[in-house]
Design a protein around this ligand. Structure first.
Ligand code: GAR
Length: 208
């Protein structure tokens, strides 16, 4: 059984997709041990509560320095001892110590086709604002392993989504979530839970 911890910052629709896909058995061999939010007001915490999943808030605001926050965050994660950490709209930089302690055991969902519209400053609606400003006709979402860089880790799954005439950042964000994020994040977890992912150099291979 793959024990996962899901980290969230906001609405938690990706968390909900994971909960729902475990419930309907699209994801197998997986249990959500806990949800961690950096934001006490995150609706994602309500979703965790409604699903009976233990949740914790660890906010950088409650610590005197980033170092102290990082230490508390890493200690909490070590105590929970997940097999996989899932960043589902988590907008805090992962401490380097955590990446070292969980090599190829942290995944992130990003709302674009990496390497477009990713890296420092590209998160949430800003990604879709960037895509519309550039006038791309196709965007999408990416699930990748987390390494020391920002959105630079090995790519596990991607799904393309068409940009439509008249799209606003919000309408595009919603379509990318519905058509791509809520599909490929559960799918990636299921592949990992069933030992179907291998990583060689920077390339991820899916085996039968
Ligand atoms: C999602 O669109 C996710 O891809 C994005 O934040 C949103 C969270 O929504 N993540 C990033 O931009 C990370 N760089 P949710 O809380 O409803 O799942």
């Amino acid at each position: 059984m793959l024990k996962i911890v899901v980290c969230v910052s906001g609405g938690g629709t990706n968390l909900q997709a994971i909960i729902d896909r475990i419930a309907d058995k699209t994801i197998t061999n997986t249990e959500i041990a806990a949800v961690i939010s950096n934001n006490q007001g995150a609706y994602a915490l309500e979703r965790a509560k409604n699903a009976g999943i233990p949740s914790y808030c660890i906010s950088p605001k409650e610590y005197e320095s980033r170092e102290l926050f990082n230490k508390a965050f890493v200690e909490k994660m070590m105590a929970l001892a997940p097999d996989l950490i899932v960043l589902a709209g988590f907008l805090v930089t992962i401490p380097p110590e955590m990446i070292q302690k969980f090599p190829f055991r942290i995944i992130n969902i990003h709302p674009s086709l990496i390497p477009s519209f990713c890296g420092v400053g590209y998160y949430g609606l800003k990604v879709h604002e960037g895509a519309l400003a550039r006038g791309v006709k196709v965007t999408g979402a990416t699930v990748h392993f987390v390494d020391e860089g920002t959105d630079t880790g090995p790519i596990i799954l991607q799904k393309a989504v068409a940009v439509k005439e008249g799209d606003t950042p919000k309408t595009l964000q919603q379509r990318v979530m519905e058509e791509a994020e809520w599909v490929i994040l559960p799918k990636a977890i299921n592949l990992i839970a069933n030992n179907r992912i291998t990583v060689k150099d920077k390339a991820v291979h899916v085996t039968e």
